[in-house]
Design a protein around this ligand. Sequence first.
Ligand code: CTP
Length: 398
Amino acid sequence: MIEHKNIVLGVCGGIAAFKAIELVRLLTKAGADVHVVMTQAAREFVTPLTFQTLSSHPVHTELFNLIAEQEIGHISLADRADLFIVAPATANIIGKIASGIADDMLTTTIMATKAPVLFAPAMNVNMFTNPIYQENEQKLRRLGYLFEAPVSGGLACGWEGMGKLAAPEAIFEAALSALTDKDLAGRNILITAGPTREEIDPVRYISNHSSGKMGYALARAAQQRGARVLLISGPTALAKPVGVHRISVTSAADMLREVIGNAADYDVVIKAAAVADYRPQLRNSTKLKKKGDTTTIELVRNPDILAGLGKMEQPPFLVGFAAETDALVKNSLEKLCEKNLDIIVANDVSGTDAGFNVDTNRAHLFFKDGSSSEYGLMTKDRLAGIILDHIAARLSKD
Ligand code: CTP
């Protein structure tokens, strides 16, 4: 999505200019080619050398710099951009663009670009709430300019309130979203992720090694592609993806209740969760004391949530996962058929580089029509994109 994209980052003058350093780091780490343009005021806060070092490109500061104009002038920078980000964006730059003023390198380049422009404003709370500023922002929003709203907090000027630059991670997510085709717009996708925990007593439970990373990668990517996403998640350490509604659950019974309660409102259900197949027959209300050298816990079957969805009168488009250590093809095809799925994503979880608790996965996708596609080792983010490509392609045929 962001790899090899040309991103022009405009940095304006303000104490938040130092946070743009972290943004450059996030963008370059994701493989983007970042070109920084600094206003004169920005150079009072951070030196161009800092951005030059991090972006590995010369920093643009002057409108009529002879060498820079010859190599990559302001118009060519504007043409090359896949995305323009202005962070921090002051009231001044937003006012200028809203009024069509182009009097320095940054304003000229923004006015000349056809790329999407994302402003991340940062300013004093009274400037932010000033009706002149608000009118300028509304005008730009109406014209299709994007905004990553500031957050509330202690401001450098001593005031408390709205006006603090959004976190670099939030601006990065907004940039990703701006660069992503909205091919899942209008789709409602329910995704389950993570393990379930089946309690034995107040201090012990049965669970598995699922980290939730695959389901979260799917939720994040589906949201970026325009879908309305509900993530029903077992216990994980992962942060909620921006723009995704999350319901946290613990046991398979909790997950069943939430999935069944919501499924009718969703066109697609992706069951990436590693649901425990069994739960203790009895949950002891007090901590079990040890007795003897061996012990037995009686387990009973949990309902199969996915199979239940497959039996609905009009099931949603169903995607299941099969975690296998052997007979991957046979077991996966059986699950595809028995659970009435549209796609099953089979993972060989016997290795250390794929499946549970790692950032990479290796998958074999089997489809209802009998076809299949096999993929080598890749990141879970990349695999999430591929799974969604298959879903989008099949939904668009309906
Ligand atoms: N699944 C589910 N409810 C369960 C068990 C599994 O919805 N009680 C879903 C999982 O979310 C996954 C798919 O079914 O999408 C396959 O899960 P997996 O654990 O690989 O297989 P099982 O069907 O549980 O079969 P087995 O454990 O025997 O391999």
